[in-house]
Design a protein around this ligand. Sequence first.
Ligand SMILES: *Cc1c(COP(=O)(O)O)cnc(C)c1O
Length: 459
Amino acid sequence: MNIADPDLLDRVHRHALDFLLSLPDRHVGARATREEMLEALRVPLREEGEPSSLVIDELAAQGDRGAIASAGPRYFGFVIGGSLPVALAADWLTSAWDQNPGIYATSPISSVIEEIAAQWVLEILDLPRESGVGFVTGCQMANFTGLAAARHGVLRKVGVNVEETGLADAPRVNVVVGDEAHVTVLTSLRMLGFGLKGLHHVATDSQGRMRADELARVVKSLPEGPTIIVAQAGNVNTGAFDPLRDIAEIAHERGAWVHVDSAFGLWARASRDRAFLADGIDLADSWATDAHKWLNVPYDCGIVIVRDSSAQRSAMAVRAEYLEHSAGVERDNFEFVPEFSRRARGIPVYAALRALGRRGVETMVDNGCARAREIADLLRADSRVKILNDVVLNQVLVRFGDSDELTKEVVARVQREGTCWLGGTTWQGLGAMRISVSHWGTSEEDAERSAEAILRCVG
Ligand SMILES: *Cc1c(COP(=O)(O)O)cnc(C)c1O
C-alpha cells in the first residue's frame, strides 16, 4: 500500500500556490456563475471512481473560477480575514496528521499544543490566566459555549445543576441583550432554551453601543433571580464597543454573569493603541472570539474563554466508561467545547501566535485599523460620500449621495468591477456600504487602489 501519494501532493501544492499567487491581481469576486460551476462539477456519481489527479485538477480549476478572493488583501466583505502563510502551513500539517483531539489519549500532540495555545491566547488578550479555553468552529459556537457556561454558573449559585435538572424545573433566568446583539448570540440563546420573546433588550446609541444608563434601568426592573448580561465588543457594522467597564459594574452589583461577544473586537486588546476601546473587558465572566477573522488562521476556528473553567466543564464535559479520561495534568480538549471529535484547530492558532509574537499580532491589528482610516479619509474627501460611523477600529460604513438606491448601485458596481469586494448593509435605517479590513496583508496601496475603484464606481 502506498500510504501517501507524493505526486498528488505535489500537484495540489502547485494548484494551491497558483491560487494564492493570483490573489493580489485577480478579480476579487467569483468569476463563474452557479450554473457554470454546476455544469463543470456535477458529474454523475459513478460506479467506478475517477483518477485522483483528475479530481484534484478539476477541483482546482473550478475553485479558481468560483472561489471569492477573501484570502486576498482587497476583500473587505463581512468580517472575514485571510490566512497567514504560517497558519495555512500548520493547517496542512493538521490535515496530514489527521488527529482526533478529543482526549489526550486520542492525540497527545493536539492536547499539548492546545494547552500551550490556550495559555498564549490568555496572555496576548490579557484575560484571567485561570480561564478555560476551548477551540470551536467559530464565534457562533464560542457564544453558545460561553452562554452554556453562564447558564450553568448563574443557576449553580442558586443551588441548581441545570445539566441534571433541565431548564423546565429551574428558576427563571433573566437574559439581557443589547439591541445590536449579533444574530449568533440570539441563536445561541435559542439553542440553550432561552426563547427570544423572554429576552430583555437594552437600547443602543448612534454607534450601536449598549447604553449604560438604559442597562441600569433594565436591570433594576428585572424580576428577582439569576441574570446573564450579553455585551458586545466590536459591532459588525461600526466596530464600536459597548461600555464594558460600566456594564461589568452594573452586572456585579446584581451578581449577574457578563458574557462578551467579541468575535473580532477582542483582538484590540493586543494593540497598545486600540486596547482602550475594550477597557474593562477583563471584568467579564466569559468571552467569545474568532481566530479565523482577525488572527487570520484558515477557517474554521473560534475561541471560547470562560473565567470559571469549572462552569465551562460542567456545561460541556461528557463521561463515558470507554473513554480514557486523563487522570492527571493532561488536557482533554473536549471538556471545553461542545464537540466530541473535531479538527485539531488549535494547531494553526499555535503557529500563528508563535510566528507573530505579541508585536506581530499588534501590527496586524494596527494595520487593519490604519487601512480602514485611510480608506475612510480618501472616500470622505469626495463630496458625494458620507462616512456614517466613527472609524475606531477596522469597520467603515459609507453612504453615497445620501441615497439608498445609489449606495446599493455603487456596491453592485464595485463587486462587478473586481478591484475589491465589499457588501451592503443597513445602518439605523440608512443603506450603507460596509468595509471591513481584516486581512493581514492589506497595504496602503491596496487601500488607495480600492478607494479609487469605489469612487470610480460612484460614476
Ligand atoms: C462574525 C461574528 C460572529 C459570528 O462568528 P462566526 O465565526 O461567523 O461564527 C458573532 N459576533 C460578531 C460580533 C461577529 O462579528
